[in-house]
Design a protein around this ligand. Structure first.
Ligand SMILES: Nc1nc2c(ncn2[C@@H]2O[C@H](COP(=O)(O)OP(=O)(O)O)[C@@H](O)[C@H]2O)c(=O)[nH]1
Ligand SMILES: [Mg+2]
Length: 357
């Protein structure tokens, strides 16, 4: 899963990136960043740790999230859809938008006083504008192909859908709230519209104000956003301490878990993802799929051969194996299930695919 850290310049993206990844990229107030920072965060799911203790495999593989820290909202070239930054950003599955809600006299002088709601609106406007340009360009090209006599039902459907898309966008509405059937969703997927990406809001505040963000957060969630407060600079400093030291400071602030754990959990929630596991002597491993995906899709995640030659999924739950300690007892108790292609995989399922190619 690739999550983009986006937001206005100096909102604290790199500070939060450093906290998440334990890196030390420059957060200089005056020198603008010009490249993308990339960091991979391993998701230390305690269930994988437990399964690994039980199966004692040669390899234990956790899932991971890739965070990409971009230098500012687009550098004025929003209309340049071909720019490599925009293309890179399109490849991210979800956006974490950093909103500055801390006071800093020097920054106030450079980028203006803090105003997280205004920044959010500006971000949404830019996303919507960028999508509108893409959608209108495509409509123009469809018009051209009509003139050349190419007019298939698929293109006509696409045209109809894009006209609806443009209506919403012209009203300033982000596409993520648009209701789509499966086929339309598939048609739009190829465009990778910005305003359709799941959006998580990170309200970056000072340590002193960390516990005074409720009003803003409830305003944001009232508007349908998933939002949390992060004391960015404080978290960056925490990431340099060892775990025990950090724990003391976190308790002081009323922070329940590390920034990694909080963002991991929210990223899964944002994307509607869940984890299933495969186990064995060789490898215990976590896999990520979308809530509602079936056993066939899960098989395909592991390997395309498993989906192609799918016979059945042998399946039990993480809780059951931890409670009973081995698969033999699960079989005796009827907790070892055989499921077909259409079985909807649940979070924490341990799955083994029988297949034949
Ligand atoms: N007071 C305070 N300053 C912060 C916080 N987060 C970031 N900053 C400062 O804001 C400036 C810009 O931060 P940076 O992470 O580089 O922003 P970016 O441009 O969005 O990547 C730096 O000087 C940071 O030290 C915070 O939570 N509190
Ligand atoms: Mg930065």
């Amino acid at each position: 899963m690739k999550i983009a850290l986006t937001g206005l310049p100096k909102s604290g993206k790199t500070t939060i990136f450093n906290a998440l990844t334990g890196s030390e990229h420059s957060t200089d107030k005056y020198i603008p960043a010009d490249s993308i920072n990339i960091g991979v965060v391993q998701i230390t799911d305690p269930r994988i740790t437990q399964l690994s203790q039980l199966y004692k495999p040669k390899k234990t593989i956790y899932a991971h999230i890739e965070y990409r820290d971009y230098p500012g909202i687009f550098s004025q070239d929003i209309e340049n859809a071909e720019s490599s930054m925009i293309q890179d950003l399109k490849g991210c599955e979800g956006f974490a938008l950093v909103l500055r809600n801390f006071v800093d006299d020097e920054l106030d002088a450079i980028v203006g006083e803090r105003n997280p709601l205004k920044d959010l609106m500006r971000f949404e406007e830019e996303m919507v504008l960028s999508d509108l340009i893409v959608a209108e360009n495509r409509l123009e090209r469809i018009e051209l192909s009509y003139k050349r006599g190419v007019k298939t039902p698929a293109i006509q459907n696409e045209e109809k859908l894009l006209k609806l898309v443009c209506e919403d966008l012209r009203e300033g509405l982000p596409l993520r709230n648009m209701e789509l059937n499966a086929e339309d969703a598939k048609t739009l997927r190829g465009f990778q519209f910005f305003s359709q990406k799941p959006l998580l809001l990170l309200v970056n505040c000072s340590e002193d104000e960390y516990n005074q963000q409720e009003e803003l957060l409830s305003q944001l969630s009232g508007r349908g956003y998933l939002a949390i407060a992060i004391a960015g600079r404080f978290e960056e400093e925490l990431s340099k301490l060892d775990d025990e030291e950090a724990q003391v400071f976190m308790e002081d602030m009323g922070i329940a878990s590390s920034i990694r754990d909080r963002l991991t959990q929210l990223s899964y929630q944002l994307m509607g993802y869940l984890s299933f596991f495969t186990v064995g002597d060789d490898e215990v491993r976590a896999w990520t799929i979308t809530r509602g995906d079936n056993a066939l899709t899960a098989a395909g995640k592991i390997h395309s051969d498993l989906a192609r030659g799918f016979i059945r999924a042998e399946c039990f739950s993480y809780d059951d194996i931890i409670q009973h300690g081995n698969e033999k007892i699960l079989r005796e108790k009827g907790l070892f299930r055989l499921e077909g292609k259409e079985y909807v995989v649940k979070d924490g399922d341990v799955i083994s695919i029988r297949f034949n190619v």
